[in-house]
Design a protein around this ligand. Sequence first.
Ligand code: SAM
Length: 254
Amino acid sequence: MLATDIDGATATAAAAGGAEKREYVKQIFSQIAPRYDLLNHLLSFNIDRRWRRRAIAALGVQRDQAGRYMDLCAGTMDVAAEISRLPGFRGMVIGADFAEPMLKAGAWKIRGSRTAPVAADAVELPIASGQLAGAITSFGIRNVAGLDEALAETLRVLAPGGRFVILEFSTPRNRITRTLYQLYFHHVLPILGRWVSGHRTAYQYLPRSVANFPVEEELARRMEAAGFGNVSWSALLFGVAAIHVGERPISGRK
Ligand SMILES: C[S@@+](CC[C@H](N)C(=O)[O-])C[C@H]1O[C@@H](n2cnc3c(N)ncnc32)[C@H](O)[C@@H]1O
């Protein structure tokens, strides 16, 4: 068991977007980093790999194979590593995350690839405006304290026409699917997660953070409010997750 003084009440408050969210999130991901990949693939029955590949396809890297891209909230950099190894890719991928132990745990995946890990907060990126051909985040943005700020900050660093792809959990609308999903997410996953990670609350936080995250239409609306154009989304596995895509408008066109 990891030494941690985080209790269930803090996990609940953080998941609801309380003031403690930023530090709590940084702390749990730093603590579970060594077991993160194992748990991810185990708890999702490996479906997460297929979803990440679909999200990467939506980024449309073939539009600019020499461009600079960002994997935001990159964690152990699965997405960054995969983009950098796409056939014909000769650009650069920045893997940005504020939990350095996550980036370190994934360092082996990017050896010899065109990827640069960067310790950075999603709401204050050390990247000049208009630099990126595209950005992507998988299972990350839900964890950021300040969704609207992170959307605005990503828009800032994108070049006009640059795409932002968000792969994130959602809540199924169908009652039967939702019940089964909630049973697994709220009752099975926290037990397995605690058992394998040794962390008391990280896998309680996960389902609670999903329950507090905007549903698809609302996330699309928030992307538009942040300034993204051409916003669209598609549901994955009966609405368990979704991929949203938006673009930084080319001046005069939204
Ligand atoms: C669930 S993990 C996702 C990691 C990876 N993208 C994946 O697909 O497995 C969420 C990541 O978001 C990062 N994160 C959360 N809030 C952040 C913020 N404000 N700035 C940068 N990274 C953040 C965490 O450190 C963590 O590594």
